[in-house]
Ligand binder design. Structure first.
Ligand SMILES: [Zn+2]
Length: 249
């Protein structure tokens, strides 16, 4: 793939009319969220296996491992601040450049940074639902309950409650909307994703628009004349882009 410089990236954003961003775990690692599968990842240090933690059929009869993971994750999340790159995306949305942000992450860092039009394609913890009577719950309720019990049950019927995080074997969230947004864009930024997890990764296979990828490490996307790639640290790259766009101060 063609090499992407900060200068080129700044120009492409400046010239674009409709920008859409797709973000993955790599944007959150600098905030202290472990890349879950990386060497220091939460799964590794706490010995969680993502294939069991997020297995929906397992959750229904043995939800305790998922809730132990959630408990640990919340403790990490409380100490986090959005990165420079999260802030950059919120800023270009405020300026009317960025139309939409599709994220594979289940952390709330984009929202904390001030991004508004976020499609969390793998869901998140903002809402939960009873598996039995479908009663909806918010994050505050979930956190209160997690302080009281190891596995969270419904106030109304006692059924098992599941946060709206997308598990393996479940439909992803908002894929149609994400595809519409990507189809309507003239520049797609792919940040911190190795593009290995489908169907989210499929969004980067658009033909009609430029795709600018910034990720530390290999990205799984065939080369094309309108695909550009920087294998580098996101925050230092976008600090440069920010300066080149004249957004300083
Ligand atoms: Zn219920």
């Amino acid at each position: 793939m063609q090499t992407l410089t900060a200068q080129m990236c700044a120009e492409k954003i400046r010239n674009a009319k409709r920008v859409v961003a797709l973000t993955g775990a790599g944007i959150s690692t600098a905030a202290g969220i472990p890349d879950f599968r990386g060497p220091k990842g939460l799964y590794v240090t706490r010995a969680y296996d993502p294939d069991t933690v997020f297995d929906i059929s397992r959750f229904d009869h043995a939800p305790d491992e998922f809730y132990r993971f959630t408990h640990d994750l919340f403790q990490v999340i409380d100490t986090l601040k959005p990165t420079f790159t999260h802030g950059f995306l919120a800023e270009i949305e405020r300026q009317g450049k960025l139309q939409c942000l599709v994220t594979q992450n289940i952390d709330p860092l984009h929202q904390l940074a001030g991004s508004r039009n976020v499609i969390p394609i793998h869901g998140n913890y903002a809402t939960s639902r009873c598996r039995k009577c479908h009663a909806p719950y918010d994050l505050k309720w979930l956190r209160t309950k997690l302080g009281q019990e190891e596995v969270v049950h419904c106030d109304a019927c006692g059924g098992l409650v599941k946060p709206d995080v997308v598990f393996f074997g479940e439909m992803v969230n908002g894929l149609d909307e994400a595809e519409r947004e990507v189809t309507g864009c003239d520049l797609l930024l792919v940040l911190g994703s190795s593009l290995n997890v489908y169907p989210a990764a499929g969004l980067a296979h658009i033909q009609h628009a430029d795709v600018c990828i910034v990720n530390k490490g290999h990205v799984n996307l065939p080369a094309r004349s309108n695909r550009y790639y920087a294998d580098t640290d996101l925050d230092s790259f976008f600090t440069d882009v920010f300066g080149l766009m004249g957004l300083d101060g």
